[in-house]
Design a protein around this ligand. Structure first.
Ligand code: FES
Length: 90
């Protein structure tokens, strides 16, 4: 058994202005299209206190990534989310 990957997208007001709603939609579509509902848990988070930077904050398994824009999200899914899917005890 492996744990699902936990992905928290900041939907605080600053990240919202920088496109977090669009990012959430892209992630939801990705999960649905690839039937990853049991592998990736998507959640919204309140401001994580990192909104002085560019772009949106996303936390993957408690590790925070900042500066994410909708245009960067496809690469982010590959490098930071899919790389952890199906791994033991992440
Ligand atoms: S609103 Fe997202 S980190 Fe503050």
């Amino acid at each position: 058994m492996h744990e699902p990957v936990c992905v928290e997208i900041c939907v605080g007001s600053s990240c919202h202005l920088k496109g977090s709603a669009e990012i959430v939609e892209k992630l939801q579509k990705y999960v649905a299209d690839n039937h990853l509902e049991d592998e990736i848990i998507l959640m919204g988070s309140f401001c994580t206190g990192r909104c002085n930077r560019e772009g949106v904050t996303i936390i993957v398994n408690e590790k925070a990534f900042t500066g994410l824009t909708p245009g960067k999200i496809d690469e982010f899914i590959e490098t930071e989310i899919m790389s952890k899917v199906g791994k033991e005890g992440v």
